[in-house]
Design a protein around this ligand. Sequence first.
Ligand code: DP6
Length: 358
Amino acid sequence: DGTVITCSAPVNIAVIKYWGKRDDELILPVNSSLSVTLHQDQLKTTTTIACSRDFQEDRIWINGREEDINQSRLQSCLREMRRLARKRSGDGDPAHGVAGLSHKVHICSVNNFPTAAGLASSASGYACLVYTLSRLFGVEGELSAVARQGSGSACRSMYGGFVQWKIGERADGKDSLAEQVQPETHWPELRVLVLVVNAQRKHIGSTSGMQTSVKTSSLLKHRAECLVSGQMDKMMRAINTKDFSAFGELTMQDSNQFHATCLDTYPPIFYLSDVSRQIINLVHCYNHHYREIKVAYTFDAGPNAVIFTLQEHLPEFVQVVRYFFPPESNEEQFLKGLSVDSVPVSESLKAAIGMEPV
Ligand code: DP6
């Protein structure tokens, strides 16, 4: 009598970062944020949920290991999805409701990329959990508020393309929702490259990191109250008009400001490594060589770089990275799954970057 549903949800990369909550329980942010959702077949979580009357209790496995189903964020999502399913089924009696609603669930979730390496696994993970539950229970409609209660950034992975998470005004969080700014078809030349600097687990998770920032950083307060809303407007304009130079500059500035608030946090939080900083430097030299922003970086709560560029610059930039960070010199697989044309890097560009290969 059981049902099994499998869905997947992609990672999103914030170009205006979410950092800090005004309500820890409901996960309400101190500022709006904006991200790019990757394609479905790239970095993603795939979740299978089975329900059966034979199951004694809800259980969850993440990347093959059983985890505690009683974690409060998991419970929030499960409780909320079951409540919505009951509401939809009408009379509130689970026995008369949607198939499986009275049954326990077994959840199995896998990422095709390193978990907790600052690559937003909680975003795709909770988005996928909520979406798969919605298929299982037959719930439709706005679900970003449920995903948000799993992990803030997860609400943005409920939509494709360019997505904003609006801060909202209400204390109950009902208006703190994700909304698509432009669909995935809007800017087909845009490319996202992940440079895995270190695939290990990060030291300070975003949840506790942002708590400390909210408590101690006056820069974060200034950022949230005065700076972000203007940057959001500019970013939306850059996206709407496909102005890469503006998009790239705003993205890099926001990443730098986020890491500055981490440094302004007390005790300070360091997410960037020496290699991260070398990548930042390399990007600025590359752009300087072209006298225009052709490539942009952004870093989340970890040392890995996410690079944005347009297709016309992708092959060359990949070669530049390969030249200065030869894959052999790194035990990790530095460039993952790339098939790009091999183009030579000009001597003048190498000189412009002005560093020795690592
Ligand atoms: C730096 O969404 O992981 O990636 O809401 O506590 O689960 P919680 O935090 P999380 O924070 C993401 C922080 C970020 C920026 C971003 O994605 O906007």
